[in-house]
Design a protein around this ligand. Structure first.
Ligand code: S5P
Length: 266
C-alpha cells in the first residue's frame, strides 16, 4: 500500500496533467472528483459551480448535454479557474489510432482543446495510445486507461487488466494511470500511475443497471486508490437542490480525505 503523500508525488511526476491533479488534490485537501452527468447545460454549470470548492476534479460526459454550445466549454473553463479544479472528459475512446485522434481533436466537442485528462479502453491495443498521444502529448494532456470497471459482470479482469497495466507502463509519458478499483503495485520507485475510482457511494450499494458502489474508505484506505469519483451520490436526489448538493460534496470530500490521512499514517 502506498504511504507516499500527494505532495511528494506531485513533485516527482513527469506528466504535467498528473502533476496538476496531484498539486490540486494537495492544495485543496480533496481527492474527490464529481461526475456531472446531467443533460441540461444550465444544470450542469450550476452543479459544477456548487461542488467546485470541494473537488480536485470535475468529470464530464460532454456528449450528454442536449443543448451543447462551445460557450459551455468557456463557462466550464472559467469555473475551473474560479474554483481550482482539473477537467476530465470521460470519453472512453475505443477505436483505431487514426479515428481516436480525430475524435479527440475534432468534431463538435474538440475534447483535447479543453480536457486536461481523458480516458480510453485498452481493447484496441497500444495503437490507441499512439493515436491519442499524437494529439494530447503536445498539449500537455494525460490519459487514463480503463483497466477495470465498477459494473457487475465486467469483462475487464484478469489477463485483460494485466495487459492494460503493461500498456500504461510502456507509455508513461502520456498514460498517467487508470480507471480501476484498486491500486496496481508499481514495479519500481519511479512508477507513479494514478488510480481514479468510480463506483463510490455512501448510502446505496448499486443501481438498477449493474452499477456497484463501495465507500470512500474501502476505495482509498483498503484498495489504495487516489481519487474517488462520485456522481449521483452527490446530486442524484434532485440536480436543483443546491444546499443538499453542497452538503453531500462536503461529506464525500471529508470521507475521502480522512481515508487518505489514515492510509499515509499507516
Ligand atoms: O467503471 C466505471 C468507469 C467509469 S468512468 N464505472 C463508472 O461508473 N464510470 C463513470 O463514473 C460513469 O460513466 C459515470 O459517469 C460515473 C459514475 O456515476 P455514479 O452516478 O454511478 O456515481
Amino acid at each position: 500500500m502506498s504511504t507516499k503523500s500527494y505532495v511528494e508525488r506531485a513533485k516527482a511526476h513527469k506528466n504535467s496533467a498528473a502533476r496538476l491533479l496531484l498539486e490540486t488534490i494537495a492544495r485543496k485537501e480533496s481527492n474527490l472528483a464529481v461526475s456531472v452527468d446531467v443533460a441540461s447545460s444550465v444544470d450542469f454549470l450550476a452543479i459544477v459551480d456548487v461542488v467546485g470548492p470541494f473537488v480536485c476534479l470535475v468529470k464530464t460526459h460532454i456528449d450528454i448535454l442536449e443543448d451543447f454550445t462551445p460557450q459551455v466549454i468557456s463557462d466550464l473553463q472559467a469555473l475551473s479557474k474560479k474554483h481550482d479544479f482539473v477537467i476530465f472528459e470521460d470519453r472512453k475512446f475505443a477505436d483505431i489510432g487514426n479515428t481516436v485522434a480525430l475524435q479527440y481533436s475534432s468534431g463538435v466537442h474538440k475534447i483535447a482543446s479543453w480536457a486536461h485528462i481523458t480516458n480510453a479502453h485498452p481493447v484496441p491495443g497500444p495503437s490507441i495510445i499512439a493515436g491519442l498521444s499524437s494529439v494530447g502529448l503536445p498539449l500537455g494532456r494525460g490519459l487514463l486507461l480503463l483497466a477495470e470497471m465498477s459494473t457487475k459482470g465486467s469483462l475487464a479482469t484478469g489477463a485483460y487488466t494485466d495487459a492494460a497495466v503493461q500498456m500504461a507502463r510502456a507509455n508513461q509519458d502520456f498514460v498517467i494511470g487508470f480507471i480501476a478499483q484498486r491500486r496496481m503495485e508499481p514495479v519500481d520507485e519511479d512508477e507513479d500511475l494514478l488510480v481514479l475510482t468510480p463506483g463510490v457511494g455512501l448510502d446505496v450499494k448499486g443501481d438498477a443497471m449493474g452499477q456497484q458502489y463501495r465507500t470512500p474508505r474501502e476505495v482509498v484506505l483498503e484498495s489504495g486508490c487516489d481519487v474517488i469519483i462520485v456522481g449521483r451520490g452527490i446530486y442524484g436526489k434532485d440536480p436543483k437542490l443546491v444546499e443538499d448538493i453542497r452538503a453531500q460534496a462536503k461529506r464525500y470530500q471529508d470521507a475521502g480525505w480522512t481515508a487518505y490521512l489514515e492510509r499515509i499514517q499507516a
